[in-house]
Structure formats: structure tokens, C-alpha cells
Design a protein around this ligand. Sequence first.
Ligand code: COA
Length: 382
Amino acid sequence: MREVAVIGIGISKFGELWDQSIRDIFAEAALSAMKNANIKKIDALYVGSMSSGLYTMQEHLSSLMTDYIGQRGAAGFRIESACASGGSAMRLAYLEVASGMSDIVLAGGVEKMWDVDDGSAILATASDQEYEAYHGVTFPGLYAMMAKLYMHRYGLTREELAQIPVISHKHAVNNPNAQYPFEITVDTVLKSSLVADPLRLMDCSPITDGAACVILCPLEMAKDFTDKPVKVKAVGAATGTIALHDHKDIIRLDAVRLAAERAYKASGLSPQDIDFVEVHDCFSIAQILVAEELGFFSFGEGGKALAEGQGTYGGKIVINPSGGLKAKGHPVGATGIAQIVEAVIQLRGEAGKRQVNNAKFGMTQNMGGSGGSCVVHILEAL
Ligand code: COA
């Protein structure tokens, strides 16, 4: 296998993009990634999208996007693994370059979620239709059950849980692409409308339009295109059970643990080596559970540690310098690639006010559903 580098990145604004269609949003990110990589031609394109058909009535993104960005003839693939679609597209693009099959490959993700009135039912297609969605439980409800159990078992208070989105919003203030780049307080969280007890509006990632793309090539070729290549050091992927009630313990995310173990093993690194991580905080409780499964905190201790600031600048590890899904936004199919974009920005030292000092190793963790699938990447500054 060849070593692989990211040589270009592109990302659209995240938010309500009423003036752009799904192809416009993707093309903006893709063309900006190609420009950033100084390339004019790609061999293959992988686009992650959870549900472009239901959100916009547009399927066949492999052909549409490849053609629309001026790359007709290149190999094209659309990848779906719910909210982990972007991370999955990245893994497959990485494999295509590592295997020697192609030299220049674009890995992207896109979702346009605001074009429908109520996307909850669409998001719920990523849960178990027969045993969860059919009975009316959507993702806020599933994560609310996880939050209730965690709070009960480990004594995490509602106020402590509220600190998680407060910190995410603080980080997003310095991210020009973020959907909600403003600060909030614990009071804002506690007074926001109840979505699924105990989770409130401000505990939830929002509905978002957006796209992100990266360009990959063999590491040995990377210096031909950029002075600042970022190495894809390792990838780990795993599946878990799609239904929450089938988890051995509903607050344990086996797919995350397995994916992380595989990435750590492939890289020879351990949690202590990682300088920052972009995690899949689709709900405030998710950030805690994921940070524990990735090995940054012991089980049951992550909640209080994060509430005390151990996941922000000056703490044990910087979590979601971008603002995360909560404040940067969560265009589901694009999220996994947006995490890679943030990691590359940090590892190039281009993150401005949100820069993590001396960042050498960055991790991304992208998850589908309530832990049904997960992809973890480790990237390295060279
Ligand atoms: N953070 C900050 N502000 C938010 C917000 C968020 N997460 N979500 C909405 N807002 C703001 C909106 O901008 C809007 O402000 P405005 O009135 O000034 O325009 C207001 O709050 C109401 O927003 P709206 O979108 O009408 O709320 P909603 O009740 O329709 O939807 C949720 C809120 C939480 C139900 C919806 O965002 C949601 O389902 N999120 C979860 C998505 C999800 O499950 N993703 C997959 C995870 S696995």
C-alpha cells in the first residue's frame, strides 16, 4: 500500500443556502479543493450523501457531480452510510490511492436538508425503521434515552451537560463557515425549547445545507502540488447495531471503540499522542460518549471532565475546534469530510484564532445513527 496525503481542501458555507442547489454547493467545495491542490484533473470522485433523493429528489450523484465540476469521464461513486457517509467516502478514496489504482482522487460530501418542510422522518431512515422510527422515536429521542441513562448512572447534572454546547459555540465563533458562530450560555441552553427530555434545542445539531471536499494523492507525489501536504496516517472503520436497544449497553458505542482501536493500531499511536479531535457531536451527550470510547477519558468520567473544560484550549485535548456538528452545522453526508477539512486546516497551521498550538496529530470521528457505523481517521502534519 502507498502512503496517502491530502493536498487540497474546499468547504462551502454551512447553513441555510436557499440560493444554491445541491450541485452548486458541491461544485463550490469541489472546485475550491481542486484549486487549493493546484490540480485540473481527477481520476476518481467519491461523494458521500445520506439522502439526496429524499431531501432533493436527486440521486445519481456520481454522474451529476463528476460532470458538473468538469470531470466527465472520471470514475464516480456515491457513498451512503447515514451520517457517516462523508467519512466512508474518505476511506474509500484513501484506499483507491493507497492501492495504486488512481493517483488523484476527490473525496467529498454534500447534503441539502432545508428544501423539505420536516426532515425528521428522512433522518430517521438511518435508524431501525421497524423497531424505532415506526414507533415515532427519532434521533433526538434515541440520544435523549442515552443522556438520561448516562446522567442517572454517573450523576451528570443538566447544567454540566449544558456546558458542552456552550464550549462548541465558543469555538465556532472563530470559524467563518459555521452555521451558528455566536456564543451561548448555560442559561440559553436550559431555556431553549425541550426537544426530547432531557435534550433541548441547544443540545441538538441543526438542520444544515453544506458540502466539503478534499483531494488525495500518493504522499510521494504530494510535494509536486503543495508545500503543506497532510498525511493520512491511519483509518479505522466499524459497524455496530443499527437499533439502540440492541447495543449491549445503550451508552456504549462499540462501533466507535472498534474503529478507534483499528486506527490507533494502524498508526502506532495512542490517545495521548492526539492533539485535537473532531468528533461527531450530533447531540451534547454524543460528544461525551464518543470522547470516552476514543480513549480520551475513562468511562463515566468524560461528562464532568468536559463540563470542567478538559475538551477545550488549555484542557486535556481540544475537541471540535471547528465548533463541531452543534455549532458549525451538520449537513449529514458532508460532515465526515468537513471534519477532515478542519483537521487539515489545523495541521497546516492555518486555523487563525482557533489554531491548536503545535498540532502534529489530529483525529476525526464520523458516526452513523445512534452508533450503527463509524469511521475514524488520524492525520499527521509533515
Ligand atoms: N443551535 C442553535 N440555534 C438553532 C439550532 C441549533 N441547533 N437549531 C435551530 N436553531 C435556531 C434556528 O436558527 C431558529 O432561529 P430563528 O427563529 O431566529 O430563525 C430557531 O432556533 C428555531 O429553529 P427551527 O429550525 O425552526 O427549529 P426546529 O424545532 O424545527 O428544529 C431541531 C430543531 C433540534 C428539532 C432540529 O434542528 C433537529 O432535528 N436536529 C437534529 C438533527 C439530527 O437528528 N441529525 C442527525 C443526528 S444523528
